[in-house]
Design a protein around this ligand. Structure first.
Ligand SMILES: CC(=O)N[C@H]1[C@@H](OP(=O)(O)O)O[C@H](CO)[C@@H](O)[C@@H]1O
Ligand SMILES: [Mg+2]
Length: 545
């Protein structure tokens, strides 16, 4: 029987709702879980083709990250643990949206265009977050994989970055580590313990951290790695999923958007806390001061702390490696100024979306990339890793250089280079704070964020807005950028830009200025310009105050 007959027969158990159209967006497919069964089956098919095309193991992660519990989604992971190549996103969309009777033709079209040899072995790694719908939806992925003759390995409940890690381990034949959660736990915790051996005089109080697990997979997986961390970290876990709903008034996205502490966490003033998101690929830190004021340390503050640490180690090691920090237009202006003018590192601005940041970061020996919302990591070139390793083992190197190289080596091992990872980022940050003997207040005071505001406007078709210069300027509709420029001039230390969201049907507006009132007013003024010039729908945006 031809494989297409199997696919055709099996696809009838995963029917597509007629007329339902979903795009493979910035974060794969995402929607209400009831609409996704056919998409999962078809992504199983696509993962087989991608595996045959790359002759490597491919990952499929079933998650909707910080979205509500009722939603779900799916993203595909390429061989080195990176997001699926953009050149295949179009295929994903075509396959997902083909009507039932056209499915085989859509499949054949991809096979032909990519000249795929269907006789090759295909291997797919599968994972899911804690959403109830994930059980059935991941079964649908497995049916898709086997219908086209592929083999799947189900990792069950894992964080998104753990699956990315496993895919890379598998395709590098263990060089990156063991492709299992146990392997991940061992590698990261060993590196963390080695790194924190350099933290002298760190008291138990200083080691204490409160973690908001967003009632999701991050909470479960933190519990698992915690037993490997021994006495090097003191973690109190809140929102572990035992009481409340996933992402409900908690998690990294909630904290970043609302600029307040999550529900369900108990922290004294001055204590350090952090929040993971629903699939544990994002993290933000915070504390409240003695006046109960909340202070957020977002992706920009994290990128800064990590960059300071790595740059110092580079200087001490004497290694001549290029280093850069990649941000997006949403990075707070103060962070960019600090990194460029005070720390004197190369700063680059990328389009929103991890895949773009990652690509830019890979152009350097050491590329630190973070979105302001807390998604990010560090990538090292092969040559950087080799040089660090050589120096760490060099018997003739001086003690300071060698110690720095060893710390760089442990940093490389604690970092999940495949994708932003809340657990890995948390371990690195905790180690840096311990080594530097730095409090969260001192970290926060490295620079002062410019007050800012992010809002959304609904328009009839957000594609009318086209941008350039890493999304910092609008080239269409006509007159919009001129309007923004003249509004910005009315405020001190101001900056504003607009772009169509890649994950929601809205236009996002960002404004920052010298005072919160000014940032709020500017965001509102720009939202009116968007509403008027880009086809706003519904009521005109109202002032924030
Ligand atoms: C301003 C903002 O936070 N945008 C987010 C959001 O993208 P939008 O294209 O802005 O909807 O979701 C992306 C995927 O999770 C994430 O990479 C990005 O940072
Ligand atoms: Mg996420």
């Amino acid at each position: 029987m031809s494989p297409f007959e199997d696919v055709y027969k099996e696809s009838k158990f995963h029917p597509k709702l007629e007329g339902l159209l979903l795009p493979y967006g910035t974060a794969g497919f995402r929607s209400n879980a009831n609409h996704l069964d056919h998409i999962m089956f078809r992504m199983g098919l696509l993962a087989v083709l991608r595996s045959q095309n790359t002759k490597a193991t491919i990952g499929v992660m079933v998650t909707a990250s910080h979205n509500p519990e009722e939603d779900n989604g799916v993203k595909i992971i390429d061989p080195m643990g990176e997001m699926m190549s953009t050149s295949w996103e179009g295929y994903a969309t075509q396959l997902a949206n083909a009507e039932q009777e056209d499915l085989i033709d859509a499949l054949k079209e991809i096979i032909e265009k990519e000249a795929i040899d269907l006789s090759l072995e295909a291997k797919v790694f599968l994972g899911k977050d804690t959403r109830k719908s994930g059980v059935k939806l991941s079964e649908a992925v497995i049916s898709g994989v086997s219908a086209l003759g592929g083999h799947s390995k189900d990792f069950g409940l894992v964080t998104t970055p753990q699956l990315h890690y496993a895919v890379r381990c598998q395709n590098t034949k263990g060089k990156y580590g063991e492709p299992s959660v146990e392997g991940y736990n061992k590698k990261l915790s060993a590196a963390f313990i080695q790194l924190t051996n350099n933290a002298f005089n760190c008291t138990d109080d200083q080691k204490h951290l409160s973690v908001d697990g967003a009632n999701g997979i991050g909470a479960l997986k933190l519990r698992e790695i915690e037993c490997h961390l021994k006495k090097s970290a003191h973690i109190t876990l809140f929102n572990d999923g035992s009481k409340r709903k996933l992402n409900d008034q908690c998690g990294a996205d909630f904290v970043k958007v609302h600029q307040k502490a999550p529900i369900g966490i108990e922290m004294n003033p001055g204590e350090r806390g952090c929040s993971f998101d629903g699939d544990a690929d994002r993290i933000v830190y915070y504390y409240t001061d003695s006046q109960r004021r909340f202070h957020l340390l977002d992706g920009d503050k994290i990128a800064t702390l990590i960059s300071i640490f790595l740059k110092e180690l580079l200087t001490q090691s004497g290694l001549n490696l290029t280093m850069a920090v990649v941000q997006t237009a949403y990075a707070n202006g103060s962070s960019t100024d600090y990194l460029r003018d005070t720390l004197k590192v190369t700063v680059q601005c990328s389009k929103t979306g991890v895949k773009y940041l990652q690509q830019m970061a890979q152009k350097f020996d050491i590329g630190v990339y973070f979105e302001a919302n807390g998604h990010g990591t560090v990538v090292f070139s092969k040559s950087a890793e080799d040089q660090i390793h050589q120096l760490a083992e060099d018997p003739s190197a001086n003690d300071e250089a060698k110690r720095a190289a060893r710390m760089l080596q442990s940093s490389v091992n604690v970092i999940n280079q495949t994708i932003g990872d809340a657990i890995s980022d948390m371990l690195l940050i905790e180690a840096i704070l311990a080594i530097k003997g730095m409090t969260i207040q001192q970290w926060h005071a490295i620079y002062t964020d410019l007050p800012n505001r992010q809002i959304k406007v609904k328009v009839a078709d957000r594609r009318v807005i086209d941008t350039t210069d890493a999304e910092r300027r609008a080239v269409s509709p006509a007159g919009l950028q001129e309007a923004i420029d003249s509004l910005v001039k009315r405020h001190k230390k101001a900056r504003s830009f607009v772009r169509p969201s890649g994950t929601e049907d809205v236009v996002r507006i960002y404004a920052e200025a010298e005072t919160q009132e000014s940032a709020d007013a500017l965001a509102h003024e720009v939202s009116l310009a968007v509403y008027r010039l880009a086809g706003g729908v519904g009521d005109e945006p109202k002032p924030l105050h």
